[in-house]
Design a protein around this ligand. Structure first.
Ligand SMILES: [Zn+2]
Length: 450
């Protein structure tokens, strides 16, 4: 609950000056309000940084940077920190809320921004489960003009959903928070503060809030995925659709006993299998599917496990690495996904360690699709996946699952002990700040090692 509350506060803080516009009612209070918003955002970013520190080095850095940027914004207003302390005291005692309610009493109808501002203040004072808070957000939804109030509506819907209300969060509100952390948030800020892009976006989805199916079907068209209304649920790596909630739509993710990834640590069992790769060059086919960058591979590239051939279907990236070795993640990991003629899946994991530039990844990043969308095949660009493999093929191996919904089990993982380099710049250029599922319980599984 604490976490969803932080998300709501962050979401509200990001809505920015619009939401806190109600502070104009008393000039003196205005700066205090901004400070409160910034402080909340800064605290949330700091909390995110702490959380990320426990799970991933790379995303922690991004969150720390975000926190630092917010703190910098905070600095020039240092003189008013005392006022902030007073405001905070007023907040916790409910005095600020009472003041505002008194000031609004004479008004027949509040503007949407003021109504959301009032609800936000209730949220901060009374919490997200208080009936008055929920009522205030409900009212904000009622007075909203759906057409050009998308951000307001999203904030209210997210707050109500976090409060346990059965409110459908519009599909347009979802993807932003679904896929990542710092970078996505920045996009969201840009969108929210730039009226032009906002108007453009709302223009393309005039009734997205009321007509979720329409927006959904359209986005599936764009993704090149099947067009099915309400059929494909959204999932992501953070927030309302983060890994801890995948199990609601995809039961195996929560109930499976052989889930991936694992924190790889002893005791190990001696491996008998031998593994070798025979990958071939072919035309580059690359896609940003909204969850990762994936390269689809033409038939002919094979992995041999005890001389049994598995066809390489595709490979994709996670940042940071999903697998940990003795509790430590690497900067990234590449998962090479294979299937044998009987339909059995095997994933070869190559850990990427921060160091020199990787020429293979350079070719891929030079040909990255601009954003989420269908597969692209840049004219005349060939690629050999073998370029991304280390020379040594010693590995750790265990029985696991897909690391993304639907988390299907029966996938054998081979994580190579030898790492390959990726430069810091290349890690930063990967368009997903965090797309790693947390490590899963081992449940007595053997990890073999050669
Ligand atoms: Zn993967």
């Amino acid at each position: 609950m604490k976490r969803t509350l932080v998300e709501v506060v962050l979401a509200l803080a990001l809505v920015g000056a619009g939401v806190f516009g109600w502070l104009n009612w008393q000039k003196n209070q205005k700066n205090v309000g901004q400070l409160t918003a910034l402080q909340a955002a800064s605290d949330a970013a700091a909390a995110a940084a702490t959380k990320s520190l426990q799970t991933s080095g790379a995303s922690a850095k991004a969150a720390e940077e975000q926190a630092a940027a917010l703190r910098q914004q905070l600095a020039p207003m240092e003189a008013q920190l005392q006022e902030l302390a007073a405001a905070k005291a007023g907040l916790s005692s409910g005095a600020t809320l009472t003041d505002l309610q008194t000031a609004y009493k004479s008004q027949k109808e509040l503007s949407v921004d003021r109504q959301v501002g009032l609800a936000a203040l209730m949220l901060l004072t009374k919490g997200s489960k208080d009936p008055a808070t929920l009522e205030a957000f409900r009212k904000a939804l009622q007075v909203s003009d759906a057409g050009n109030r998308k951000n307001t509506i999203c904030a209210a819907q997210i707050a109500l959903a976090a409060g346990g209300e059965k409110v459908a969060v519009s599909s347009d509100c979802k993807p932003q928070s679904a896929h990542g952390e710092a970078k996505e948030s920045k996009t969201e800020v840009a969108e929210k503060t730039d009226p032009h892009s906002k108007a453009e976006k709302d223009g393309t989805h005039p009734k997205a809030e009321k007509d979720g199916a329409h927006g959904k079907a359209e986005s599936h068209d764009k993704d090149g995925k099947k067009v099915a209304l309400h059929a494909t649920p959204h999932w992501g790596y953070d927030g309302l659709m983060g890994p801890e909630r995948w199990g609601k739509e995809f039961p195996t993710c929560a109930k499976g006993k052989s889930q991936s990834p694992l924190d790889i640590r002893g005791p190990f069992v001696k491996a008998r299998a031998t593994v070798s790769a025979d990958y071939k060059e072919g035309p580059l086919k690359i896609i940003n599917n909204g969850h990762t960058i994936q390269v689809n591979v033409a038939a002919g590239s094979k992995l041999r496990i005890d001389s049994m051939p598995y066809d390489l279907l595709q490979f994709h990236f996670h940042r940071p690495s999903e697998e940990k070795i003795d509790g430590k993640p690497m900067a990234m990991v590449i998962h090479f996904v294979h299937k044998n003629p009987a339909g059995k899946l095997a994933v070869l994991g190559v850990l990427l360690k921060e160091g020199n530039e990787n020429p293979g990844i350079k070719t891929l990043w030079d040909n990255l699709p601009k954003g989420e969308g269908p597969e692209v095949s840049p004219e005349g660009v060939n690629f050999n996946p073998g370029k991304l493999l280390p020379r040594e093929f010693d590995f750790y191996s265990y029985e696991g699952s897909l690391t993304t919904p639907p988390c299907t089990e029966g996938v054998t993982f081979y994580i190579l002990k030898a790492t390959v380099n990726v430069s810091n710049d290349q890690v930063t250029k990967f368009p997903f700040p965090m797309n790693a599922r947390p490590v899963q319980p081992r449940n007595g599984r053997e990890i073999v090692m050669n």
